[in-house]
Structure formats: C-alpha cells, structure tokens
Design a protein around this ligand. Structure first.
Ligand SMILES: [Zn+2]
Ligand SMILES: [Zn+2]
Length: 323
C-alpha cells in the first residue's frame, strides 16, 4: 500500500454502496516503476513463470504468494503437508493463482479464505475444494462474487501495473462467484499429513475472519486482523468489540509463536506486535488513546509500524479534530 492517503481514497472508491471519497487528490504511484519493498529482499524468493506474483519461501513448507503490483499488496499463503496443501486466500483474481499453485505443489489443495473481502478470494472459483464459515456473509460472497462496479478502482492506472498483465480486461474485471464445498468451524483442526493447522475464528475486521495456527511450528496467519499498515475497522460489517476479543485471543498465543504471517504488505512479522495491538485497543477503549479525524467519519490511530482506521460511530469518544 503506497501511502495513507491514497490507500484511503482507493479503498473508499471500492467500498460497496458507493461511499464518497474523503480526499480529492492522490499522488498516483507508478506500480510498474515502484521498487518491491526492501523487506522482501531479505526473503528467499522462489522462481515461478508468472509475472504478476512474487513467491517467497517464508517457513518450512510455507510459501507467501505476493501481488506487489497492485496497491492492495495482498499476500496469499500456500501451506504444504505430506498429503495435502492448504491455500490461505486466492488474491485479487487479476491473474489466475491456480497455475502458480500447480508449479509449487502437486498435492490436493484445500482453499480457505482469511475472510471474503474481494482482495482475498479472487481465484477461489478455479478450485474445487473451497471451505468457508457457516455465515450468510460468506454465502453471499460465494454466491455473488464482487461486481465490476465495486472493483473498478482496483484496475485504474494509479492502482496497478497493467504492463504485468497485458491480457487483463480492465473494463470487466470482477471477482467471480464460487462454490463452497464444506463449512469450517472455530477450533477445527485440518490434517495436511505431518502438519496440523487449527482454524481460529477472529471476527471483527469482517464477520467471517479467521486466523490459522500451526502450533508445532509456531506459525500464525492473521489475515487482515493484523498486517503492517493501516488496518481497516470501518464499513457496515465491522465489529470493533468482536475485533478486540479476537485480538485478545491471538495475543494469548504469542508465547508459543515464532512468526506471524499477515495478509498485506510484508509477509513476516514479529509475534510481539500482537501485544502492541491488544494494548492499543485497550487504550482506545479506555480513552487513553484518542484518534485524529481522517475524514469520512473515520479516525486514525497511528502506532509503530501499523495503524488503525476506525469508524467514529464505533468509538465511545469523539476523535480529536485535525487542524
Ligand atoms: Zn479485509
Ligand atoms: Zn485485505
């Protein structure tokens, strides 16, 4: 994500329901010229034939599949066991993720979504085993996908590098519906063969948000509940109380964690950051930390390496007005 302002502008453009813009101007980032984040250079890149994705091996049998040429900078993860693989999110759907996954593993693939916001489910349609939460919110996104009108801002020159995807039909870009093959549940364990992955329901950012835990390896995938950047806690389906509870639940795991894998920007984070997240949420709840008005009734709470953008109506205390 390029900068705070352009993130907000582009995201609001894409919110369902046609929410108004809160800023008029963005400095358009050139997504073809822009250098890959410096943190990526320290990771082990896995070569692939796809020009749209960047693949990094970030753990034992764990690949981060990044899309650094669109401002969302979303990251999906392929987690492999001996018998099965789990694909945690399928990205923007601008380029198909299925052929890339097939380059990385021959194993049968189970797809789970960190949540069904459009930037995480774009390639779902191509897979036969896509499991999701037993919620209307999930069923609605499975049945309808996301329409072009909701996503047109994702494919403007300011939002992505078209040279990387010359074949993309930007006039009709949408997220296709998909078929749910089974429901998943909080606490469920998925056995991939020599690797057990636990599903942890972490609603708040979205009703169907989940995290994944590989307890033996000390790996936690946080989806959009935590990533190094502005964390969105606004929109019709955001539940701040649920988010606070979810992050408290994740913070109890920190002692057993070696690494956190977030779903945007940079694929690896120090688990200690989850303690900062919960402390900040407590300080916001108690009024010790006050946000500043960022426009469109959203308050900004800048922290070290990340920030919260929270809808004012979810806060007990009004934000401090910007000068
Ligand atoms: Zn999201
Ligand atoms: Zn996201």
């Amino acid at each position: 994500m390029p900068s705070f302002k352009s993130v907000i502008i582009l995201f609001l453009l894409t919110l369902p329901g046609g929410r108004p813009l809160i800023h008029d101007k963005a400095q358009p980032a050139d997504w073809c010229e822009r250098a890959i984040r410096k943190e990526m250079a320290q990771l082990r890149e896995t070569p692939s034939s796809r020009k749209w994705f960047k693949v990094y091996q970030v753990g034992s049998g764990v690949f981060a599949i990044a899309e650094p040429y669109n401002f969302q900078e979303v990251i999906s993860y392929l987690i492999t066991g001996r018998q099965k693989a789990l694909l945690f999110d399928t990205g923007m759907g601008m380029d198909s993720i299925l052929p890339l996954v097939r380059e990385l593993t021959p194993l049968p693939v189970i797809v789970l979504n960190s949540h069904t916001h459009y930037d995480h489910m774009g390639g779902n349609y191509a897979f036969s085993d896509v499991r999701g939460m037993d919620l209307d919110y999930t069923r609605e996104h499975a049945a309808n996908g996301w329409l072009h009108e909701q996503l047109s801002a994702e494919v403007t020159p300011a939002a992505f590098c078209q040279q990387r995807l010359p074949g993309l039909d930007t006039a009709h870009y949408r997220i296709r519906p998909f078929t749910l093959s089974a429901y998943i549940h909080d606490g469920e364990q998925l056995d991939l063969g020599g690797r057990s992955i636990q599903i942890i329901a972490t609603p708040g950012h979205a009703p169907d948000a989940i995290s994944l835990l590989d307890r033996a390896a000390g790996y936690l995938w946080t989806g959009d509940s935590y990533y190094p950047g502005p964390i969105y806690l606004f929109g019709d389906h955001t539940d701040l109380d649920a988010y606070r509870q979810s992050m408290k639940k994740l913070a109890t795991l920190v002692g057993g964690l070696r690494v956190v894998f977030p779903s945007h920007n940079i694929p690896m984070a120090d688990p200690q950051v989850l303690l900062q997240v919960t402390q900040a949420l407590e300080d916001i709840e108690s009024g010790k930390m006050r946000g500043t008005e960022a426009g469109d009734h959203i308050s900004s709470f800048p922290l070290k390496g990340f920030s919260f953008l929270i809808q004012d109506s979810l806060l007990k205390r009004p934000p401090v007005q910007n000068k």
